[in-house]
Design a protein. Structure first.
Length: 295
């Protein structure tokens, strides 16, 4: 692999391992989210539990590596909270409107690296090879095969999934600058915990106005919320550490191995239809992200 950005080294084996573990954890919490198929109140519930999970991590981080946060760091934290809030709400809508895990998850995750690569070229000056561009094209083909035909791309759950992918591309680049030495250099654990806290605070007024719904969600989906609260921080903190030492144009594509994991989980654990075509499309998309990584 040749580095695509001046001053950035290639992706290390350690960073690769972090990203692969993250991908499996990420697909797993999406399986849980699909089973819950809930709305903003559920989002607030697992965000609040995530904050509880983050508190001991945050205290250890502050003790081990005290960090002063300037105005730039605060901008990144609040910006990431907004982007991730949009991500969770859009993804939740896609599942709630009947989108299968084996359809929504690959669509959302596949759109992200394709757009991340384009944005990395334009905004970060990275220069992928022709092989990487072929990889982006493979992802595009996989998206169409996954949907089945062009008309299905207009379905509400598909639109929300693609919009989720757009947000993924945005927060991948944003978070890369937040944790890298050339950007705000915020320690990943500190960064994740703080933007998760801000995101939960943003949803709190909405939840307080719907306490009855909060009570129902807690009774029905508390274990789902706890599962996401544990797996989501794990998956994202690992990615942030990988982003802090590797180019975004490597990390973003390799992370999407979860596309195949998610498609298989949907077929295996949720008995979703059209499994062969969807898994085949996911394989094409994974081939695309591998080509992106190698290019």
């Amino acid at each position: 692999m040749a580095a695509r950005h001046n001053g950035c080294k290639r992706m290390t084996e350690f960073a690769l391992a972090l990203v692969l573990v993250s991908a499996v954890a990420h697909a797993a919490w999406n399986l849980i989210a699909k089973r819950a198929s809930a709305g903003p109140v559920f989002n607030w519930l697992f965000d609040s539990l995530s904050v509880a999970v983050c508190v001991p991590l945050l205290l250890v981080q502050i003790w081990v590596q005290p960090t002063a946060l300037g105005p730039l760091a605060l901008i990144f934290i609040f910006g990431s909270a907004l982007l991730h809030l949009a991500y969770f709400l859009l993804l939740g809508q896609s599942y709630k409107r009947g989108g299968d895990l084996s359809l929504v998850y690959p669509l959302a995750r596949g759109t992200g690296p394709m757009l991340s690569t384009v944005a990395a070229i334009v905004l970060l000056g990275e220069r992928p090879t022709p092989l990487a561009l072929v990889g982006a094209a493979l992802i595009g083909v996989g998206v169409v095969v996954l949907a089945g035909n062009w008309r299905r791309l207009r379905a509400a759950h598909v639109v929300f999934a693609v919009l989720t992918g757009v947000v993924i591309a945005g927060y991948t680049l944003w978070d890369k600058e937040a944790v890298s030495e050339s950007g705000a250099a915020i320690p990943p654990v500190l960064y994740f915990c703080l933007f998760t806290l801000v995101r939960a605070a943003m949803l709190t007024p909405y939840a307080l106005g719907r306490l009855n719904a909060v009570s129902i969600e807690w009774r029905v989906h508390r274990w789902h919320a706890l599962g996401i609260a544990l797996l989501s921080p794990l998956s994202y903190i690992l990615v942030l550490y990988a982003l802090s030492v590797s180019p975004v144009s490597y990390v973003a594509p390799v992370r999407e191995i979860g596309i195949l994991v998610g498609a298989i989980m949907g077929a295996r654990f949720l008995a979703e239809g059209e499994a062969r075509r969807r898994v085949a499309a996911a394989v094409a998309m994974v081939a695309g992200v591998v080509a992106l990584a190698l290019g």
